[in-house]
Design a protein. Structure first.
Lengths: 249, 254
């Protein structure tokens, strides 16, 4: 379980996150909703130490990160993997080399074992035929699937997704959604998904949190969160319909 | 001078600090260092060859022109060799290395930063300074002295070869006095400067690449900053180390 208490992140003089409190339950999919620029990605990166926090407490599996040394903190964070918005694939390597990279670098596998694990992951994300291709030759959806395979080969307990369907066509988005669902169920992962894609929220979210004004203003189960009249319903679904209606008039 | 400019310098200094910090623990990527070494040599050698060739011709022409006026043609060889080894070879190699490879390091790592490849490294528990910085810096530290020696050879041989053509002199005459003023100290001084230049240029370039700003325009600025900073670094290292070693060894043989 990951608990966040009073997390503050400031860029220059601008507070991006202001007293964020959130509990990420184990083996559930928590979706963090929010408008563009609300600080959703920043929140994930703050948990992972990619963005420094000004104040607050991050507790991962019962351990307060602030009380740990650099090495222990890195070990704890190694339980978390993240699918970046652009995938973050190394463009000088093939898909195979990208998936194999963490295993090779940390020497957690080599030879036949490494090959088996890479091919297993490629098969899971349906990229067996693209292993020798370079990221430049892949479509957006394939790139994300390759990046997902690289995340999964590290055997994480938590998997964060930063807008996994942004920029994809509806059919590819649906494929990525199904893949995220399958991976979470089969591997018993705790997923945190940052998005403003409502289909993704409906399909994957066990718990749905709304980030607004730098704070989590609502965090509920899917049924309550998406019930007419709820804060999330009013902020997202009704607001969108109102805008569409206004355009028609 | 804006605060963001100072901020960038602060960030560059933190990379220097972290670089020395990482040497004390953990595994270092020697395989990648070897790959970078081969890459640096193969990418820089053509540029260094062309630059040194022109440098050799230029120095020969200059040495010949003035020696001719005073009837001192015999000294063309020594003038050319001392100019190249004492000063111009190191400077030329440093400047060409900074322009050819230093800027490439900054843009390469900068674009990796912008396309989230550096973030991906961090997420996999890989320190980008260790994985991207160390191999480039150590490979440069070893490659620049070798490139400098190559530059000496090209400049001296191009001068020697063209001497007969320019100044109507026999080839053996060039080497008759060529190395009279060059001793182990002159060569080691030049190589020391080239080691420092390779190290500083590579580490500055890596550091500036790790903080490229937020977009293509910022990356362009980082590349410009890289070349300006590195050219000044080359000139300052050449000046101060040259002055220091000359002062220390004053009065002793070359």
């Amino acid at each position: 379980m990951i608990s966040l208490r009073d997390i503050r992140v400031i860029f220059g003089n601008r507070p991006v996150l202001d007293t964020v409190d959130l509990d990420i339950e184990e083996r559930q999919s928590t979706v963090i909703l929010g408008r563009s620029g609300a600080g959703k990605s920043v929140l994930l990166k703050a948990i992972l130490g990619l963005v420094p926090i000004r104040s607050g407490v991050i507790i991962i599996d019962g351990e307060d990160l602030a009380t740990l040394g650099v090495r222990q903190r890195a070990d704890l964070r190694s339980r978390i993997s993240m699918l970046l918005q652009n995938g973050g694939l190394f463009d000088s390597m093939t898909v195979y080399e990208n998936i194999a990279f963490p295993l090779r670098y940390h020497r957690t596998a080599s030879g036949k074992d490494l090959d088996r694990r890479v091919r297993e992951m490629a098969s899971l994300v349906d990229l067996t035929d693209a292993l020798e291709q370079e990221p430049f030759d892949l479509s957006g959806g394939m790139r994300r699937r390759a990046a997902l395979a690289r995340c999964l080969v590290q055997n994480p307990s938590y998997l964060f997704y930063d807008e996994p369907t942004t920029g994809l066509d509806p059919a590819t988005s649906a494929l990525v959604e199904m893949l995220i669902h399958r991976v979470a169920t089969e591997r018993k992962l705790t997923s945190v998904i940052v998005t403003h894609d409502l289909d993704l929220v409906r399909y994957l979210g066990d718990r749905i949190a709304l980030l607004d004004g730098g704070s989590i203003v609502s965090c509920q189960g899917r049924l309550e969160a998406l019930a007419p009249g709820s804060l999330i319903w009013e902020s997202f679904i009704t607001a969108r319909e109102k805008i569409h209606l206004g355009k028609q008039i | 001078m804006s605060f963001s400019f100072l901020g960038t310098w602060f960030q560059v200094l933190t990379v220097w600090r972290d670089f020395f910090g990482l040497l004390w623990f953990g595994r270092l990527p020697w395989g990648e260092t070897g790959r970078q070494f081969v890459r640096i040599i193969s990418e820089a050698i053509g540029t260094i060859f062309a630059g040194s060739l022109v440098q050799g011709i230029f120095v020969l022409w200059l040495a010949g022109f003035y020696s001719n006026q005073f009837g001192g043609k015999l000294w063309i060889g020594s003038l050319t060799v001392i100019s190249v080894i004492q000063q111009l070879g190191v400077l030329m190699t440093g400047i060409l290395f900074a322009g050819r490879l230093g800027t490439a390091f900054t843009v390469e790592i900068g674009s990796m930063q912008l396309s989230e490849q550096v973030a991906a490294l961090r997420l996999m528990g890989v320190d980008p300074i260790r994985y991207l910085g160390f191999p480039r810096v150590v490979a440069s530290l070893l490659a620049v002295p070798l490139l400098t020696i190559f530059s000496f050879a090209v400049a001296i041989f191009s001068s020697w070869f063209l001497m007969a053509l320019f100044w109507d002199l026999s080839w053996p005459l060039f080497f008759q006095n060529a190395f009279q003023f060059v001793g182990p100290k002159t060569v080691s001084n030049a190589l020391l400067r080239s080691v420092l230049i390779g190290f500083t240029v590579a580490l500055n370039s890596v550091a500036l690449g790790l903080f490229p700003g937020t977009g293509a325009e910022d990356l362009g600025r980082a590349a410009t900053r890289s070349i300006v900073v590195n050219l000044f670094s080359v000139l300052l290292i050449d000046l101060f180390v040259g002055m220091f070693t000359t002062a220390v060894s004053l009065g002793s043989p070359p």
